[in-house]
Write a protein that binds this ligand. Structure first.
Ligand SMILES: [Mg+2]
Ligand SMILES: [Zn+2]
Length: 194
């Protein structure tokens, strides 16, 4: 039986600033203050921290595979400088209407990561800034965290088929909450009284 716990993280709007024009180069990928440190804390606590990102800019020809790799090296390096590591980085390169199994809200990336790293999805978290991130995490059986530093600035229940389990202002607060929960204490706002 797989037993490792993971924290799955959406990338844009969670780890780095999002942009309506897509993040196309390492220079355009501006990490949020405290994000690499938050990932390092989760890693140190024993979680596999795994990025799961929709990157349709690849299929659109806006992002080259080389540029995406350079962005991921930049991210991994920042996490390593903070004393941690990302266990994996998964991305969907397809267009939204391609019908692939990997684009969130589909669960393909989480399932692949679970197979490759022995992850227990029901013991894991999925954090993201959009309804599709929450729907994906929920469908995979994870605990879900809505992060308000990206495209969603305020929780509006009408936009969510099902509410997130937790709502946190940013990734450092989400990491704090996850670490608190793994020690059994309360923290960030619960969605049912947001
Ligand atoms: Mg996002
Ligand atoms: Zn895909």
């Amino acid at each position: 039986m797989p037993s490792r716990r993971a924290v799955f993280l959406d990338r844009d709007g969670v780890i780095n600033r999002d942009s309506p024009d897509f993040i196309k180069t390492p220079e355009e990928m501006i990490l949020f203050p405290g994000a690499p440190q938050a990932i390092a804390r989760l890693d140190a606590a024993g979680f596999a921290v795994i990025v799961v990102s929709n990157q349709s800019g690849l299929a659109r020809g806006l992002i080259t595979p080389q540029s995406l790799e350079a962005m991921h090296r930049k991210l991994q390096r920042a996490v390593e400088e903070a004393g941690g590591r990302l266990t994996g980085i998964y991305f969907c390169p397809h267009l939204p209407d391609a019908g692939c199994a990997c684009r969130k809200p589909k669960t393909g990336m989480l399932e692949q990561a679970a197979r490759e790293h022995g992850i227990a999805l029901s013991e894991s978290y999925m954090a993201g800034d959009k309804p599709d991130d929450i729907a994906c995490g929920r469908a995979a059986g994870c605990r879900t965290i809505l992060i308000l530093s990206g495209q969603t600035r305020r929780y509006d229940p009408a936009r969510f088929a099902a509410p997130p389990d937790l709502i946190c202002p940013d990734l450092p607060a989400a990491a704090e909450q996850i670490l608190r929960e793994s020690e059994g204490a309360p923290g960030c706002l619960r969605a049912d009284n947001a």
